[in-house]
Design a protein around this ligand. Structure first.
Ligand code: URA
Length: 237
């Protein structure tokens, strides 16, 4: 689509529109290799080569923030050489190069954030931010109060003690228990390993929230864009 040259320069973050007009007037901008000093010229940035001070004018990618309900059976990756189902298969309309913030196991479902904002992703994953992740785990058998207390206090896992966790029993069945568990660490297969360590393997695992940002009514395989307020909820305790 054609746009005024000064507007394109402004959109690329080179200068304000007024300042961009000056740069054009000063002969610092070329289109397809030719200096343009005429004001108001319309250019198509997708097909024409625009340069400022001899360097190509590029557009910073729009930042996108997505909450996906990852279903089981999808890998938390954006590329799989073996061609297995991957999360980006569920987001065919997203053109930006988004990445998941952390991972969920193949057989785990639930809240997965995706973004092209590397800084925010790092902040969410950084241990010092202690972003809580809430999971609902259906585990085999009926863990005793003593075992639940041990998990809550911290247990030895691969030679390192886990940080305190918050556990709430949601439902007791004859041979299974549904438990809500909140942790801020993000070790590989952590929730599964924790329950395995006390003899109650996980049968089903869903991440229901990042911080105070809840999965809510989002159905498996569906996604929604996040607002700045949603992003604040991730960091809220
Ligand atoms: N803990 C697990 O065991 N698996 C996940 O996918 C996430 C947390």
């Amino acid at each position: 689509m054609q746009e005024r040259l000064q507007k394109i320069l402004a959109r690329a973050g080179i200068a304000s529109r007024r300042k961009a007009e000056e740069l054009i007037r000063e002969g610092k901008v070329t289109v397809d290799g030719i200096v343009v000093t005429e004001m108001g010229i319309r250019v198509n940035p997708d097909t024409q080569k625009i340069e400022y001070d001899g360097r190509p004018v590029v557009f910073p990618e729009k930042k996108v923030y997505i909450l996906l309900h990852k279903p089981t059976g999808f890998l938390s990756t954006v590329h799989d050489p073996q061609g297995r189902p991957i999360i980006t298969d569920l987001l065919p309309d997203i053109k930006e190069r988004i990445y998941p913030v952390g991972r969920l196991d193949l057989t785990t479902e639930g809240a997965l954030l995706l973004t092209n904002d590397g800084e925010l992703a790092q902040e969410i994953l950084h241990p010092s931010r202690e972003v809580n992740k809430t999971y609902v785990a259906r585990v085999k058998g009926r863990p005793s109060p003593k075992k639940l207390a041990a998990l809550s206090k911290g247990i030895d896992l691969d030679g390192r003690k886990t940080w305190p966790a918050e556990l709430t029993v949601l439902e007791n069945e004859k041979q299974a228990t549904t438990i809500k568990i909140v942790i801020h660490e993000g070790r590989k297969r952590q929730v599964r390993k924790m329950f395995e360590a006390v003899g109650h393997p996980v049968l089903q695992l869903t991440r229901v929230a990042y911080g105070q940002l809840e999965l809510g009514e989002l159905k498996p395989g569906k996604y929604r864009f996040l607002s700045p307020r949603d992003i604040k909820m991730i960091f809220r305790k």
